[in-house]
Design a protein around this ligand. Structure first.
Ligand code: FES
Length: 111
């Protein structure tokens, strides 16, 4: 890939010990969400088309995960499931139409 990505998708795959009060995105299935992004990226050749996806650590709202953030838009999705991944790609990555039903409320960002 050359230059800045058109969109960069960050998927939280943070885990925590069992019984930890914050829980984690990994406990909420984020590994399968990340894998779904990888599968779709490969199938649609998104790497070659200027898109990126990266697995990350905690981004804050662990109890509402799986958490996904898309840059440069700075939009956060919560409660993401593997079946949501093609929708996020079809609507947001391809056509800049965020998937409203999954968007984090503004207060999640502290604003
Ligand atoms: S563990 Fe994913 S947002 Fe905190």
């Amino acid at each position: 890939m050359q230059g800045k990505p058109k969109k960069h998708v960050l998927v939280c795959v943070q885990g925590r010990p069992q019984g930890h009060p914050r829980g984690s995105c990994r406990d909420r299935g984020s590994g399968a969400v990340y894998q779904a992004f990888l599968d779709e990226f490969q199938k649609r050749q998104l790497w070659e088309s200027g898109y990126m996806v990266t697995d990350t650590g905690c981004m804050g709202p662990c109890h509402l995960g799986a958490t996904v953030v898309v840059y440069p838009d700075g939009l956060m999705y919560l409660g993401v499931k593997p079946e949501d991944v093609p929708v996020i790609i079809d609507e947001h990555l391809m056509f800049d139409q965020p998937v409203k039903r999954l968007l984090a409320p503004p207060e999640i960002w502290g604003g």
